[in-house]
Design a binder for this molecule. Structure first.
Ligand SMILES: *Cc1c(COP(=O)(O)O)cnc(C)c1O
Length: 495
């Protein structure tokens, strides 16, 4: 099976090329030529498999040119060997008769980015081998917090790869900064940039466009690439956990064979919920995809009205990983809903670039309404939901997950839809201790890593091991750079 660009149906690549390139040369996103349908009894047979086996089963259908034994090795390296603190990797918790929570934060960095970024480095380095690429890839990342650490952990000591992460000096939480500057591995680099996330991101984009740098690096045997969520190698591993969650519900007897479920996903760049959409198209009985946003509610408006309009104020919220006004992966959804009409997708994306908005056709609107529901909540509702879930259900959640629970609540009240629903939980509450303590009514917060124990003592919930271990770790990286000098950091890292 080949991959094609959402902006040009005739542009074809193999799976290995699509993963190595990340983005199509025309700016489109590489997308599978056909979505493999799950075989008739697949969801039943998957019931008794481990997460790793499920991953191999799903990836196999998409990755021509990768053998099952190769994929088995990658799945073991990504999800085995104690890397995930829960043996089930992505466990489903039952909250009540029709509400379940899919916990995606048991990986090495305690956020759902691990689900894909533990797998991507293996897919990428295999792709480079298959493409006979002689140079070593250097991954550059600009991060607002979660992605940088997850990418570092995923790429650390993976052969033929280097990784350098730039984070805004005063733009990440203390815990997030500590997670990054204590990173281990022989091929990793971490650097603070004076400024905010935009400064770091703009700086990295300039590095990618710098031809002189590319030339210099090529002479040293390197080329630059990105671990951004538009890479197919990041979307694909995310499809696995939706299929896995359905199999788990079947295994537990929570649902009948073929019974429909809804999923509710806290959304930013539209990668996670897009994976759920693909799972539905592959045959998982998912009825409605509920898209949950914070006050940056551009997707709520789009899914309700068909008008995407990024011309609106940007809000810094308690769920920072969803503070996004351009959701890149939406392009792949438009491609599917337009009947794979590359011209139409190109037009929408041109309008978005030129005037910051576009309106989709009536047939696309109809399909959006058939498949998606959408809602949003503000910071006050987010905190209220954390408190309510703790006091009512004794279930501790992070602010991103709280947005999803609040939106599900609103959806159920408005629609009366009581379909069993899987809420996706994207981060450990301990990654966002001060917001969670605030929500629980605690005003005085301990400093540094002590705040982890403070939240643990208050709730009796254990601190996840990867965060608890931060206490004993020594910082390895203390470089701070002006954004004009990021290029020197790359040259220094790849000396
Ligand atoms: C990245 C992230 C999200 C948003 O996921 P998208 O795939 O960008 O929609 C939500 N919650 C957390 C904790 C994240 O790190």
């Amino acid at each position: 099976m080949n991959y094609l660009s959402t902006r040009n149906n005739n542009l074809r690549m193999t799976a290995a090329q699509a993963i190595a390139k990340g983005l199509a040369p025309d700016g489109g996103l590489m997308t599978p030529q056909v979505l493999p349908r799950l075989a008739g009894n697949a969801l039943e047979s998957l019931k008794d498999m481990s997460y790793q086996q499920r991953a191999v089963y799903v990836l196999n259908g998409f990755l021509e040119g990768f053998s099952s034994s190769e994929l088995t090795g990658y799945a073991r390296a990504a999800y085995g060997g104690g890397k995930f603190s829960d043996p089930e990797v992505a466990p489903v918790r039952r909250l009540d008769d029709n509400t379940y929570c899919l916990e995606l934060w048991h990986g090495p960095t305690c956020a759902f980015k691990d689900m894909a970024l533990q797998m991507l480095p293996h897919l990428l380095s295999a792709s480079l081998r298959k493409n006979d690429e002689k140079k070593t890839v250097c991954i550059l990342v600009a991060t607002s917090g979660d992605t940088g650490k997850a990418a570092l952990e995923g790429f650390k000591d993976v052969s033929k790869t280097q990784i350098l992460v730039f984070y805004p000096k005063d733009g990440v939480s203390d815990i997030q900064q500590l997670q990054m500057v204590t990173q281990e591995g022989g091929n990793v680099g971490v650097c603070a940039v004076v400024g905010n996330f935009d400064d770091a991101q703009t700086g990295v984009k300039k590095l990618f466009a710098d031809e002189e740098l590319a030339q210099q690096l090529a002479e040293r045997g390197y080329f630059l690439s990105s671990a951004n969520s538009i890479n197919w190698g990041r979307v694909l591993p995310q499809i696995v956990y939706y299929i896995s969650a359905y199999s788990d519900l079947r295994r537990e007897g929570a649902i009948e064979k073929g019974q429909e479920i809804n999923v509710c996903v806290p959304t930013g760049n539209f990668g996670n919920i897009l994976a759920a959409y693909y799972a539905k198209m592959m045959g998982v009985p998912i009825k409605t995809l509920i898209c949950a946003s914070n006050e940056n509610n551009v997707l709520t408006d789009f899914l309700r009205t068909g008008v995407y309009d990024r011309n609106r104020p940007f809000h810094n919220t308690l769920s920072p990983s969803m503070d996004i006004l351009i959701s890149s992966n939406l392009e792949r959804l438009l491609f599917e809903l337009s009947g794979r009409d590359d011209k139409q997708v190109t037009e929408y994306m041109e309008q978005l670039a030129e005037k910051g908005s576009y309106e989709v056709s009536v047939p696309i609107k109809t399909k959006l309404h058939q498949t998606f529901a959408a809602g949003y909540c503000d910071d006050a509702q987010t905190k209220e939901t954390i408190r309510r879930m703790w006091e009512g259900q004794h279930y501790l959640i992070d602010p991103h997950t709280a947005v999803a629970f609040d939106v599900l609540d609103q959806y159920r009240k408005e629609s009366g839809d009581e379909t069993p629903t899987v809420v996706v939980s994207t981060a450990s509450p301990f990654k966002f201790c001060s917001s969670v303590l605030d929500a629980l009514g605690v005003q005085e917060h301990a400093a540094g890593t002590e705040i982890l124990d403070q939240l643990s003592q208050l709730t009796g919930v254990e601190v996840p091991q990867p965060l608890a271990r931060l206490k004993n770790k020594q910082p390895r990286f203390d470089t701070v750079t002006e954004k004009e000098h990021m290029v020197d950091q790359v040259l220094e890292h790849l000396r």
